[in-house]
Design a protein around this ligand. Structure first.
Ligand SMILES: CC(C)(COP(=O)(O)OP(=O)(O)OC[C@H]1O[C@@H](n2cnc3c(N)ncnc32)[C@H](O)[C@@H]1OP(=O)(O)O)[C@@H](O)C(=O)NCCC(=O)NCCS
Length: 170
């Protein structure tokens, strides 16, 4: 049966999505080494993050199922130097109950469409044990350029970080 509530909707994030987006992010912060923050982001900081993305024209998209946000993806400034303005850093997060069903691929594909014509290079900064993220970005055409040994540190462990890039207008 074609039930509307079974359909995943990909859309631009709204400000009122931020508590759900932040909850999905903070799950990864608290339960994994994939995000190198060690404490959860406050709702106040989450709204600041959203407002700065809207102001600077960096997209945030959500995956919605049955009226609930089950995943999100964003582009963010890679580094503050103006010479990096043509590069954007990718983030993709899917709620733990909805992984491995193609939601991450759908979000990243939508994000890349929005990035076309605006950015030349997308970069994903991936902790080296994050097999799902490495697979997701590889599937979407990113290339693993290099792995920096032990440049991250969380939960008493030094963490290797792989930089993956995709050039858009090639
Ligand atoms: C990374 C993440 C966004 C992938 O989302 P997803 O919806 O599960 O991804 P998809 O279902 O579209 O699968 C994409 C690829 O990842 C693979 N994958 C998904 N979960 C996996 C797992 N646990 N282990 C290994 N591969 C996995 C899929 O098999 C697929 O690869 P394939 O094309 O080779 O089959 C999700 O696991 C997540 O939110 N992780 C925590 C947050 C995070 O690490 N974000 C990335 C930070 S760089």
């Amino acid at each position: 049966m074609d039930n509307k509530s079974d359909k995943i909707i990909i859309r631009q994030a709204r400000r009122e999505d931020m508590p759900a987006i932040n909850g999905i992010l903070n799950y990864a912060v608290m339960n994994t080494n994939y995000n190198l923050n060690t404490s959860p982001r406050s709702e106040e900081k989450a709204y600041e993050w959203y407002d700065s993305h809207v102001r600077d024209g960096y997209p945030v998209v959500t995956a919605e199922l049955g009226g609930k946000v089950i995943g999100w993806a964003s582009l963010s400034r890679f580094r503050e130097y103006s010479g990096y303005n043509t590069t954007a850093e990718v983030s993709v997060y899917v709620s733990v109950n909805h992984r491995h069903k193609g939601v991450g691929t759908t979000l990243l594909t939508a994000l890349q469409t929005m990035a076309q014509g605006r950015f030349h290079c997308l970069i994903a900064v991936v902790t080296d044990n994050n097999w799902a993220s490495l697979a997701l970005h590889t599937r979407c055409g990113f290339i693993a350029n290099t792995t920096f040994r032990e440049i991250g540190y969380k939960n008493n462990t030094y963490i290797d970080i792989t930089f993956m890039t995709k050039l858009l207008d090639k």
